[in-house]
Each structure stands twice: as structure tokens, then as C-alpha cells.
Design a protein around this ligand. Structure first.
Ligand SMILES: Cc1cc2nc3c(=O)[nH]c(=O)nc-3n(C[C@H](O)[C@H](O)[C@H](O)COP(=O)(O)OP(=O)(O)OC[C@H]3O[C@@H](n4cnc5c(N)ncnc54)[C@H](O)[C@@H]3O)c2cc1C
Length: 510
């Protein structure tokens, strides 16, 4: 109780200071003074019209004057930051190294099909919910969401032909009832797990609070152990997912079902932090939603807001370094254009390029060496790599019987063991022991798909992979990496396709 009061008082103080209280900085304009939603415009399918938003290549002339901020990277993290600043009247330049904006939200076209690379489904898009309200305001209500089927996720343990299937229904009550029906002897464990998921997962807002509170207060709360008492999310951060679920049940299938969503954040149950898992599990409790028109709609509806405020989102703009002034403050970036390097200045620089790129590649060497930077770097490592198969199919969703749901296929119910032996195997044997496949049909989830690609469908299959298996070809060009590379890639692809054919046999000749 006292802890909460201290945190609340500090929060109010921090807000007071942030609003210019006590004679500090001047008040920032409110980025959301009114509801900015407009009725959604029709889907833009014209290639040139889309390219003029998503593929504006960098040139000196396109850089706006008097910039207020530069954002490195056009993933949704970067775009969302740029949109909020733009809505507050700031002029922002987003620089993207790739030829198309969107980062993990971008889509690509191949052989007459469109594929998304990173966003396969999003939770908590219930109309008028807090998260939906944020996304609606960030896209002026132009981004529409299609609700997926319930069950939204199907977990298969064993062979898809004769293994066990577990259904993850959408909605708290439906989800819990569904699990209890599938595990009638485990009702207490299910209640306890879902209670923990809700309580701990929803406490993730405490992490935001820690960013707002004055740093000395955060340090005090942490060093005295008060933080763990005030926030169950922070208190359980060092508990692994395996540790928590082993305390709830001995049923191996149920443990696998509780853990099924870990590939979305890429850390195995013995090594993942329970609060992170709870956050993601809770995120999908009400089901899944898909951005109508495909994932590229996210960037497509964000960029015009940045442009309207005088900013720009430019592609083919690899940032080489962050420029720093004599006081050690970021003051701009240098961008590579052909053989030239161009410096662009702004009082604020935001990096969406990830911690390793930002600290190890973009910061000047003397800053990289700072103890604060080194200490942050020592706490993180790269996540597991991924391998994706993109399948283009003849036939509509109805003709092929594709569904707006995801399959998580695990050949074994000990997910950790299966992953560890796979990741430790050689590249020659790995494809024979693939521990997990995520299978989903983006076209079946997209209510607007038929407008763009009538009579066609897509499937995406994802698994984990080790970078080292493919490292040998890192300097070679795409499509020119030779026979050995193709053979290795095909060994994974064929194994994954076999799994797809067990779930959707009707797509075999399509
Ligand atoms: C395979 C996969 C599946 C996923 N599925 C889902 C899902 O179903 N649901 C979900 O919610 N999330 C999913 N995610 C996660 C989600 O896509 C990401 O968390 C989110 O999109 C990350 O956004 P970001 O802005 O942080 O980074 P990114 O999208 O990675 O953007 C970073 C951008 O920075 C650019 N960049 C890097 N260095 C430079 C430089 N020097 N100069 C200029 N630009 C630079 C990159 O090119 C990139 O465009 C998935 C991710 C992956 C990889």
C-alpha cells in the first residue's frame, strides 16, 4: 500500500515536471487533442500509389528543412514514435536502409503473390479497448482489423496426422473452459496459470512507469527490493517459465500447452522470463486480429501523418553513424548515398535499429566504450534465428479450405529438449529434427485479400534456425549462393512442407 502511494506521488511529480511545472521546459503540444479517426478509405491497390508512400528513395532534395527529430529505421517502433511527434507538430525524418518502409511490417511481392514477413497476428484489437484506441489514433482510424477464428491457435503435439490437437479459444472464459475440457484433471492448475498470466502479464505497465519515474527513485526501489514487492511483474522477472509451470502441474502435455507461444518471442521455456511469457500469452487471450489489406497497411497509413506535419519517410537510406556534439549529445546522423556520405542534423535522434546496431555500429567508438553502454550490452544477446517458407497457391481460401487460424506444431511435448537438440545439431541433420513449425495462411486471415489477388492464396511456415548453419554464404548475393546453399535450404523447406500437407492435404498440388 505504502509502496503504491510512493510510486503514485513520484509519478505525479514526474508528470508535473514533464508538463513544465516549477518553471522547467515549456509545455509540449498534446499529440492527441481530439479523436482523429476518419471513416476508412477504400483499399489502395494501385502499385504506383503504394510505392509513392512506401518506397520514397532517399535524396538530398527530399530531406525537409528545420527538422525536429530523426528516426533511424521505419519499423513500427520508429514509425509510431515519428507519428506521435508529428501529431505534436514536430517535423520528423525517418530513414530506412531497405527499399521499402515498414521493417518487420513490410510485405514483398513474388511471382504474383504478396507475403508478409513479420506481423502474422496481433492481440487486443477489441473495438474501443485501450490498445485499439492507441492504434486507431496512430493511424487516424484508417487501419482496419479482421478478427481471426476461435480457436485462434491450434497446438499439435506429435505428428499432425495422429498427434494430439489442443485448441486455444478466444475470450477469457472460452479459453479457460476450453482448456479445462481438454485437461479435465487439471482444472486447478489451469485456474492458477491463467490467474498468474493475467496478474503478472497486465503488470507490464509497471515497466512503463519505471521509465517515467525519476531515475534515483527507480534505483532506490530496485536496490531496496521494494520494486519486487510493489510490482509482481518486476518481482517475478527472474523466474523462468519452466520454473513457474513445473510448480503448477506435472502433466507434460499441459506444460507444453502453457508454453506454446514462446516461439513468438524466441526464448525457450527454461530460459524465458515468466512475466514476458505472461505478457504475450495474455496479449492473445481474447484472440487474434490481422491488419486488413496485409501488414504493409500499417506503414501505409502511418507515413501520410508524418508527411502532413512536414516530415518524410525515406528509404534506401542506410545510416552510417550517429553524430555527436562536443557535449556528447546526439545531434544528427550520417547517411550513405552511393559513394557519398551526407550529414543531416536534428536536435533529437531516435534509433529503432535495435540495441546491437545502435550501440555497436552507429555510436562513435568513444561512446560505445562508456560503462553504461557496456553494461546494457552485457545483459542482452541475440534471439534465435528464423527460417520462413512462403507458399503461393492456386485457389481461393474456400477452394483450398484454408482457415483464419494458426497451427503451432511440436513433434515432442518436451519443447526445451527438442529445441536444444535441434539447435545443437549439425546443419546436415537439423532438418530431420525440426522441433517446431508455425503454419498460417495470411490470405485466409485478410478480408480484403480477394480484392487484390482473386483466386490465389498463401501459406507461411516458420521455424527456428541457427545463423551459423547459413553463415558460410553471408557474403553471397540472394539467389546466387550456389547448389550447396540451395540443397541445405531445400532440406528444411521439404521437411516443413510435409508438415503442411498433413494439416492441409488439399494444397499438395496447388
Ligand atoms: C518472423 C517474425 C514474425 C513475427 N510475428 C509477429 C506477430 O505475428 N505479431 C506481432 O505482434 N509481432 C510479430 N513479430 C514481431 C514484430 O514484427 C516486431 O516486434 C516489430 O515489428 C518490430 O518493430 P521495430 O520497429 O522494433 O523493428 P523492425 O521492424 O525490425 O524495424 C527496424 C528497422 O530499422 C532498419 N534499420 C536498421 N539499421 C538501420 C540503419 N543503419 N539505417 C537505416 N535503417 C536501419 C531496418 O531495416 C528495419 O526496417 C514478428 C517478428 C518476426 C521477425
Amino acid at each position: 500500500m505504502w509502496g503504491y502511494l510512493i510510486v503514485l506521488a513520484a509519478l505525479l511529480f514526474a508528470l508535473y515536471k514533464a508538463c513544465g511545472g516549477g518553471g522547467g521546459r515549456s509545455r509540449s503540444p498534446n499529440p492527441f487533442p481530439a479523436d482523429s479517426r476518419r471513416p476508412p478509405s477504400p483499399l489502395v491497390t494501385d502499385k504506383d500509389a503504394r510505392s509513392s508512400v512506401l518506397k520514397r528513395a532517399f535524396s538530398r532534395e527530399k530531406v525537409p528543412d528545420r527538422l525536429d527529430a530523426i528516426v533511424i529505421g521505419s519499423g513500427y517502433g520508429g514509425l509510431a514514435a515519428a507519428v506521435v511527434l508529428s501529431k505534436a507538430g514536430r517535423r520528423v525524418l525517418v530513414l530506412e536502409q531497405h527499399g521499402k518502409a515498414g521493417g518487420c511490417c513490410h510485405t514483398f511481392n513474388k511471382k504474383g503473390f504478396e507475403f508478409d514477413v513479420g506481423i502474422h497476428y496481433v492481440g487486443q484489437m477489441v473495438e474501443n479497448s485501450f490498445s485499439r484506441m492507441i492504434v486507431d489514433q496512430l493511424t487516424d482510424g484508417q487501419l482496419q482489423w479482421a478478427k481471426m477464428d476461435s480457436p485462434c491457435d491450434v497446438v499439435i503435439l506429435g505428428d499432425p496426422d495422429n498427434g494430439k490437437k489442443y485448441y486455444m479459444y478466444s475470450g477469457l472464459k472460452e479459453h479457460v473452459d476450453g482448456l479445462k475440457k481438454q485437461f479435465p484433471d487439471e482444472t486447478a492448475a489451469i485456474d492458477r496459470f491463467v490467474m498468474l498470466v493475467k496478474r503478472i502479464g497486465r503488470g507490464s505497465s509497471h515497466m512503463t512507469l519505471l521509465k517515467i519515474l525519476p531515475l534515483p527513485l527507480v534505483r532506490f526501489l530496485k536496490s531496496t527490493g521494494l520494486l519486487g514487492l510493489i510490482s509482481p511483474f518486476c518481482g517475478m522477472v527472474s523466474k523462468s517459465l519452466s520454473e513457474v509451470i513445473s510448480g503448477l502441474t506435472a502433466n507434460a502435455d499441459l506444460k507444453a500447452v502453457f508454453s506454446y507461444i514462446f516461439p513468438t518471442y524466441g526464448v525457450i521455456p527454461t530460459q524465458s522470463s515468466f512475466p514476458l511469457h505472461a505478457l504475450i500469452y495474455d496479449h492473445y487471450l481474447k484472440g487474434g486480429w490481422y491488419p486488413q489489406g496485409g501488414a504493409s497497411e500499417i506503414a501505409f497509413h502511418s507515413i501520410p501523418i508524418i508527411e502532413r506535419a512536414g516530415g518524410a519517410v525515406l528509404t534506401k537510406a542506410p545510416v552510417q553513424s550517429i553524430l555527436v556534439n562536443s557535449q556528447g549529445e546526439a545531434c544528427g546522423v550520417s547517411v550513405k548515398k552511393g559513394q557519398d556520405v551526407m550529414n543531416i542534423f536534428a536536435p533529437v535522434v531516435i534509433s529503432d535499429a535495435g540495441i546491437f546496431n545502435t550501440y555497436k555500429r552507429l555510436l562513435p567508438e568513444n561512446l560505445q566504450a562508456l560503462p553504461g553502454i557496456q553494461s546494457q550490452l552485457s545483459m542482452v544477446r541475440h534471439g534465435i534465428g528464423g527460417f520462413t517458407v512462403f507458399m503461393g497457391l492456386r485457389g481461393s481460401k474456400e477452394e483450398l479450405g484454408l482457415e483464419a487460424k494458426n497451427y503451432y506444431v511440436y513433434p515432442r511435448n518436451n519443447l526445451d529438449e527438442a529445441f536444444i537438440s535441434y539447435m545443437n545439431s549439425s546443419r546436415e541433420t537439423a532438418a530431420k529434427i525440426i522441433p517446431f513449425a508455425y503454419i498460417s495462411s495470411p490470405s485466409a486471415k485478410d478480408l480484403l485479400w480477394e480484392k487484390k489477388y482473386p483466386g490465389k492464396s498463401t501459406l507461411i511456415i516458420l521455424t527456428a534456425a541457427r545463423y551459423e548453419w547459413f553463415e558460410e554464404w553471408k557474403e553471397e548475393r540472394v539467389s546466387k549462393r550456389g547448389e550447396d546453399y540451395d540443397d541445405l535450404k531445400n532440406s528444411f523447406m521439404e521437411a516443413l512442407m510435409e508438415t503442411v500437407f498433413q494439416i492441409y492435404p488439399q494444397v499438395k498440388d496447388k
